[in-house]
Design a binder for this molecule. Structure first.
Ligand SMILES: Cc1cc2nc3c(=O)[nH]c(=O)nc-3n(C[C@H](O)[C@H](O)[C@H](O)COP(=O)(O)O)c2cc1C
Length: 204
């Protein structure tokens, strides 16, 4: 009789990029993660404003080894990013881009850029996996193309991490702390996207 091995759980990493706790992107991220959890995924959420992540100093220390020289929370977050099957990045729009906390984290992935493009090694711990990522955002204004600069940044970061961009959940005209709660379908939409993200395939 053959023994059936347990199917590994899909790993979903949520990244909260707003400095405002329990704000709009936090609420959306929480719902999205709850949706993914309902599919049996293994969840982890990191709150960037509570971590110690310095900006990249372009010292080129990572250039030969792919290891960042700056010893802070980015060291373990690199591992989480390389292991995740799904990444959900949530950041509001600050001056037409992602928040400083989010951008510092993204820039510190230069070491992973080196692994991929200089050392020509796999960035993902299991390169056979189909990794996917989603961007969650809100902005206070209703400017046309409000999210486009941030989406360009996030896509470039996902590409470096060998994560396929699976779309965005964005809302304009959302400014005060819980304004998103007045948006009739926002939290339900976030939950459904999380369900779909975790259900779309099983890890190999
Ligand atoms: C420093 C700063 C810059 C901002 N820049 C923009 C902006 O360029 N465009 C915009 O639509 N909203 C801007 N906002 C508004 C936020 O995107 C908005 O308040 C959002 O709801 C905050 O999300 P959170 O509750 O998840 O923190 C800015 C807010 C701050 C504090």
């Amino acid at each position: 009789m053959s023994e059936s091995r347990p199917v590994p759980k899909l790993k979903v990493l949520g990244i909260a990029g707003s400095p405002r706790r329990d704000g709009n992107t936090d609420l959306l991220l929480r719902q999205l993660m709850a949706g993914a959890a309902s599919q049996g995924a293994e969840m982890k959420t990191v709150i960037l404003s509570e971590l110690n992540i310095l900006p990249c100093r372009h010292c080129d220390g990572c250039l030969k080894t792919g290891k960042c020289m700056v010893d802070d929370d980015m060291q373990w977050l690199h591992t989480d990013l390389r292991e995740a099957d799904r990444v959900v990045l949530a950041s509001p729009i600050f001056f037409m881009g992602v928040t400083a906390q989010t951008k510092a984290m993204i820039d510190r992935c230069q070491a992973l850029w080196v692994i991929k493009y200089v050392l020509k090694l796999p960035v993902a711990i299991n390169p056979a996996k189909d990794r996917k990522g989603i961007f969650v955002s809100v902005g206070g204004t209703r400017l046309r193309n409000l999210f486009q600069p941030a989406i360009a940044t996030v896509k470039s970061w996902f590409t470096t991490l060998d994560i396929n961009y699976d779309g965005e959940l964005v809302f304009s005209g959302i400014d005060e702390r819980e304004a998103i709660l007045r948006y009739p379908t926002a939290l339900k939409d976030a939950f459904a996207i999380g369900q779909k993200l975790a259900a779309s395939s099983t890890p190999k």
